[in-house]
Design a protein around this ligand. Structure first.
Ligand SMILES: [Zn+2]
Length: 247
């Protein structure tokens, strides 16, 4: 049974800027519980037989906790338009305006005169097709640049690797197999150039140390003295990836 009732906290008017309180009656719940959702809704789970005055007392008792939870929510940027109006690749020092060129055939993305053109038929499946076309372009475009960077850094540090694979994951930035196959997350192109350089060093050093031992980090520091800061920045790099990449 789902029964949603707005429940104003004592002394707080409902409306602009105030948390919206929802009451959810539950047959299974054993006790009162509060939940703060990412969108700012505050839900009170109410077991059978609990009176409204008990609910109000419970909410009042926990209002500081609710305020803290609300304040701690990650701020979400306004939804980006899709297709995006432009695409920035800071790691490669490139930025493209996206132009919807139209035309016939399957949708594809290509750079023409410094503009990223989406060409092809603008059918009903457009957002999905446009996303596919942009991701295909992004991966192929990134491959050339990342391979070049990887090779240059490998030569400079006398590292050997077998090949480069590009992936698009939400969870990891790169890896290095025991056979020397280096994987990089294509989303690294949305990071700062120094962060990309660090990631490449991180994976290349794994060709010598297949672990994160003290010896490994000493070797990383030789090639990238600022690795601690860059590693932290990389771990927060997901927030620099535009929404359409993982839509
Ligand atoms: Zn590692």
């Amino acid at each position: 049974m789902l029964d949603q009732i707005a429940l104003p906290i004592e002394g707080e008017a409902k409306g602009s800027g105030r948390p919206e309180l929802m009451l959810r009656r539950s047959l299974r719940a054993r006790r009162l519980a509060l939940r703060v959702h990412l969108d700012g809704r505050v839900e009170v789970v109410v077991p059978r037989g609990v009176t409204m005055s008990a609910v109000e007392a419970f909410v009042t008792r926990h209002r500081d906790w609710v305020s803290q939870k609300l304040a701690a929510r990650p701020t979400r940027a306004a939804p980006e338009p899709f297709p995006p109006t432009d695409i920035s690749l800071p790691a490669l020092d490139e930025r493209y305006r996206v132009h919807l060129a139209g035309g016939r055939g399957r949708l594809r993305a290509e750079i023409r005169g410094g503009v990223l053109s989406l060409r092809g038929a603008w059918g009903s499946a457009t957002p999905a097709a446009a996303r596919r076309a942009l991701l295909f372009w992004l991966t192929e475009h990134a491959r050339v640049a990342l391979e070049e960077r990887l090779r240059t850094t490998a030569i400079r540090g006398d590292f050997r690797f077998r090949s480069l694979q590009l992936r698009r994951q939400r969870t990891r930035w790169g890896s290095c197999s025991s056979r020397g196959v280096i994987s990089l997350n294509v989303c690294v192109v949305f990071q700062d150039p120094a962060v990309l350089d660090y990631l490449i060093v991180h994976e290349l050093v794994h060709t010598r140390h297949m672990n994160h031992s003290a010896a490994y980090w000493t070797a990383v520091a030789e090639h990238c003295p600022d690795w601690r800061r860059l590693d932290r920045e990389l771990s927060q790099g997901w927030k620099r990836v535009p929404g359409w990449v993982f839509a």
